[in-house]
Ligand binder design. Structure first.
Ligand code: B12
Length: 148
């Protein structure tokens, strides 16, 4: 890692499962990044405002409640509307394989399910950081093939 990245980890919607998000936030922090965890039950608008106010380069979304298909693209759309095109969005939680292509289509560059080693999430961040055009509003089609 060249220098610490600013990363927001967020829990959109009414989902109360926060263990995974906290584990991921801690692992990214332990690796030297500057991590802002939003806490539970944030609206898409609140999440986008946090990303903007914190000048974050990465946004990690967590959902285990089944609302990812609606909420994740909504956050992506709002980021673009706010002009935050270069923010790299990734996510995790209980997200069935079948739902993942639509999320990639919405601009999300990686989805990590239960059992993902945190080292893989860090590997994704380092890889994405060194790529052009992988922000949510940018034209690149690359996404991370996750192991879980
Ligand atoms: C612990 C647990 C709870 C705890 C939550 C405690 C807490 N504070 O988090 C309690 C008991 C409160 C709970 C309640 C409920 N739960 Co619950 N719960 C679980 C359980 C058993 C484990 C989740 C967990 O903590 N795993 C450990 C963490 C470390 O793993 P993780 O969250 O998956 O995170 C990893 C990845 O997913 C990923 N990841 C996750 N978030 C993020 C974010 C980013 C940015 C990245 C990169 C990666 C990432 O990386 C992590 C590391 O590998 C799961 C079943 C399961 N095996 O997953 C059910 C499960 C999630 N629960 C479920 C349900 C239905 C509920 C309830 C609705 C039950 C009820 N009827 O009341 C309530 C809802 C509560 C609420 N308000 O939302 C369902 C969800 C079904 C679905 N989505 O289709 C599951 C899948 C159980 C099942 N098989 O049906 N639950």
């Amino acid at each position: 890692m060249d220098h610490p990245l600013r990363i927001v980890v967020a829990k959109p919607g009414l989902d109360g499962h926060d263990r995974g998000a906290k584990v991921v936030a801690r692992a990214l922090r332990d690796a030297g990044h500057e991590v802002i965890y939003t806490g539970l039950r944030r609206t898409s608008q609140q999440i986008v405002e946090t990303v903007r106010d914190e000048d974050a380069r990465f946004l990690g979304l967590s959902s285990l409640s089944g609302a990812h298909a609606h909420l994740f693209p909504q956050v992506c759309k709002k980021l673009v509307e706010e002009g935050l095109h270069d923010v790299v969005v990734f996510g995790g939680g209980i997200i069935p394989e079948d739902d993942r292509p639509a999320l990639h289509e919405a601009g999300i560059r990686a989805i990590f399910g239960p059992g993902t080693p945190t080292s893989e999430i860090l590997e994704f961040i380092n890889t994405a950081h060194n790529k052009d055009d992988v922000g949510v509003g940018q034209s690149g089609t690359w996404f991370w093939e996750s192991s879980a």
